[in-house]
Write a protein that binds this ligand. Sequence first.
Ligand SMILES: N[C@@H](CCC(=O)N[C@@H](CS)C(=O)NCC(=O)O)C(=O)O
Length: 213
Amino acid sequence: MLTLYDYLPSQNAYKVRLLLAQLQLPYRTEIVSIFEGEGQRPEYLAVNPTGAVPAIRLDDGRVIAESNAILFFLAEGTPYLPEDRFTQAKVLQWLSFEGDYVQSTVATLRHWTMTGKLARRPAALVEAKREGSLRTLAILDRELSGRAWLAGLGYSIADIAVFAYVHRAEEAALPLADYPHVMRWIDRVRSQPRFLAETFPYSIDPHSGGELP
Ligand SMILES: N[C@@H](CCC(=O)N[C@@H](CS)C(=O)NCC(=O)O)C(=O)O
């Protein structure tokens, strides 16, 4: 059975949980307590050289890390990754956007906000993250004003990847209501079959107030 290396407040890991639920694929979970340094143990670095979650282990022992690479692998041959070459490239475009724009802004700001780290960060850096987050949301809002889904005619892993942090943007004190097209897209994602609503606050982990090793 597939193993998911997970840390419950991680929305990067949530992306994989959401797709696994929608694909109805059984899996077992191994929690990696990242703030206690478990990601830096040699056994886990052999799974993911960066020490981050998520990662997966296949039945035959092979491992894959990076949330968007995992989504791409699991979705192959399913409606969540259309077969035609152009649409696959559009999916990759949005997976890259998520990795570059969303993770460095909304995701980071959410982490700092929910774990009490904002006050320990330089004000100019926090402001830059906030401006970057607003810019990212504005790009998405503009794109979603003209179509229902990010990468093609239907819901795909591009939507799953971007949805993971964007729908929790208010946890980073970002005003989602200012982005009506993003709001409507969030509702469309939520109404997909076998949608997984459950997410977890950092407060479930008493170690999350500390810095990552
Ligand atoms: N680009 C990576 C980012 C993964 C990531 O930052 N994971 C965080 C949790 S959301 C983590 O495990 N951080 C611990 C660390 O970097 O040591 C992905 O998309 O999977």
